[in-house]
Write a protein that binds this ligand. Structure first.
Ligand code: GLP
Length: 242
């Protein structure tokens, strides 16, 4: 991400939230403070936002982004975009969001986490593979997964605005991150399983430039690890990361 931003200061970044991303933003903030990584011309678009939460609500994704990234780097706040959680007219908010992405020239680099049921953004099971930004009802699994952050499951909203699978597939490059044992099963299905709208992350198999970054635990159920390791150790593309 830093490499791409240094090469193109006008980079349009697609951002994600969740615990996995916290360590990413920590590193990015460090790079900004210690190696002058410059965000002044960069634009950001987040994947999703809860319906009904104000940007100032500590559980909103706008608040999360302020806490973990926006307030620590030199991003121009006017260039940071998330769907507005309090929007009443869902269709108009979603169309407007898609339009803003288009007007910015499209997303250059999209960061993605993966939910336990295999969602990217909040594209819950059966999300159409060509879907655009819209409101999705959250599954009980997703609400449970995120309940800890709200203190109590009853406080987790039932709906969220989310970029569609089609929106995500249009980004020029994607990076999917997963860590820990609890992601091993779904990660293997997403990467090596058959493509299905039941697991929206499998749609990334269709993306021409998607990189999956995992720790050993999250990689635990993958089949072709010898092949992946060979590529990582031998292909010039990965030289800087070895
Ligand atoms: C939420 C977000 C997803 C994220 C997922 C995983 O559902 N909408 O974008 O990928 O959580 O979160 P975590 O990284 O905390 O496991």
């Amino acid at each position: 991400m830093a490499k791409e931003l240094r090469a193109n200061p006008h980079l349009v970044l697609g951002l994600a939230t969740g615990r996995t991303m916290e360590m990413v933003y920590q590193q990015v903030v460090k790079l900004h403070k210690e190696s002058q990584l410059d965000f002044s011309l960069c634009h950001t678009f987040n994947l999703d936002e809860y319906v009904g939460l104000a940007p100032t609500d500590p559980h909103s994704y706008r608040y999360y982004m302020e806490q973990h990234l926006f307030s620590h780097v030199n991003l121009d706040k006017r260039n940071t975009h998330l769907p507005y959680g309090l929007a009443k007219d869902f269709d108009s908010e979603c169309n407007h969001y898609e339009q803003r992405i288009k007007n910015s020239g499209g997303i250059d680099l999209q960061l993605l986490g993966i939910g336990k049921a295999g969602h990217i953004g909040f594209n819950e099971p059966l999300s159409a593979l060509q879907s655009r930004t819209r409101v999705k009802a959250l599954t009980p699994t997703t609400r449970e997964q995120n309940a800890a952050l709200f203190g109590d499951i009853s406080k987790v909203p039932h709906r969220a605005f989310t970029m569609g699978v089609g929106t995500i597939l249009e980004s020029r490059r994607c990076i999917l991150l997963a860590t820990g044992k609890s992601k091993a099963d779904i990660l293997a299905k997403a990467v090596e399983g058959p493509m299905t709208s039941m697991i929206s992350a499998t749609a990334l198999q269709w993306h021409p430039r998607c990189t999956v970054v995992v720790d050993e635990e999250a990689a635990g159920k993958l089949q072709a690890t010898d092949y992946y390791r060979w590529i990582f150790e031998n292909e010039p593309e990965w030289q800087d990361f070895r």
